[in-house]
Design a protein around this ligand. Structure first.
Ligand SMILES: CC(C)(COP(=O)(O)OP(=O)(O)OC[C@H]1O[C@@H](n2cnc3c(N)ncnc32)[C@H](O)[C@@H]1OP(=O)(O)O)[C@@H](O)C(=O)NCCC(=O)NCCS
Length: 208
């Protein structure tokens, strides 16, 4: 039988690693089945590390299935944005009084939702900036600051994160992106674990 996707802590006696969707309380964070988060102290730190995420902005953090998220990964959301094109980035209006109208007819920059694909591995202490989209199968190296979208099945790293290399040839990446194995019924995933942990992508195309 496959592990139960609806269990919060799938490793017996170990409450640092969770199937993330089962512990998330914020409706503006959506997480797919089997995506796990491993924290050095407490899995509850995940939501604390989604920073500047305010209901009145309504931006969403959407994470696909089967992602692997390491400790201290931080998501900066749109509530952290100040004015950039103005003379001053100082948020006068929030302090009220005679400053309360400073933002009338103006808006802070919003870069959109943060979207993480499926089967994405995000290394320890990565920071992901607002509005970034990370493609299926991408790997983010330890301690990266991701400021731009990452292509499917690319490895990106550094600050600002740049593509280090692609994981497979373009042909194979196209096959994998179309295959979407993470959407298979879990029984089919279970039957094909050896192909999924192997490197012969052609084998997966014909499997049942
Ligand atoms: C991204 C990663 C998977 C790459 O592993 P790899 O394929 O063995 O890559 P290499 O070590 O051969 O490095 C390849 C290149 O990436 C660079 N690189 C590796 N890690 C990097 C990082 N964190 N930041 C920036 N560049 C990095 C290397 O310097 C090297 O550069 P070069 O080609 O110019 O020489 C690995 O470095 C990594 O960060 N793993 C995440 C570990 C982690 O955080 N785990 C948490 C527990 S789940």
């Amino acid at each position: 039988m496959a592990p139960d996707k609806d269990v919060a802590f799938p490793l017996p006696g170990y409450d640092r690693l969770c199937f993330l969707k089962n512990i998330i309380r914020n409706p503006n964070i959506r997480v797919g089945d089997y995506t796990y988060y491993d924290d050095f102290e407490n899995a509850g730190n995940f939501e604390k590390n989604v920073k500047y995420h305010f209901d009145f902005i309504g931006d969403k953090l959407i994470i696909g299935k089967f992602c692997m998220i390491a400790s201290d990964v931080t998501f900066i959301m749109n509530g952290g944005n100040h004015l950039v094109d103005a003379v001053s980035a100082y948020p006068f209006a929030i302090f009220g009084g005679d400053w309360r109208n400073a933002m009338d007819n103006k808006a802070y920059p919003v870069k959109g939702d943060t979207i993480i694909g499926n089967d994405v591995w995000i290394g320890y202490r990565t920071i992901i900036m607002p509005g970034v989209k990370i493609g299926d199968g991408a790997i983010i190296a330890t301690n990266s600051t991701v400021t731009k979208d990452a292509e499917p099945y690319s490895i990106v790293g550094g600050n600002p994160a740049k593509q280090i290399r692609k994981r497979f040839s373009d042909d194979k990446i196209q096959l994998l992106v179309g295959l979407k194995w993470w959407d298979w019924p879990v029984d089919k995933i279970t039957r094909n674990l050896h192909q999924l942990t192997g490197d012969n992508i052609e084998d997966l195309i014909n499997c049942s």
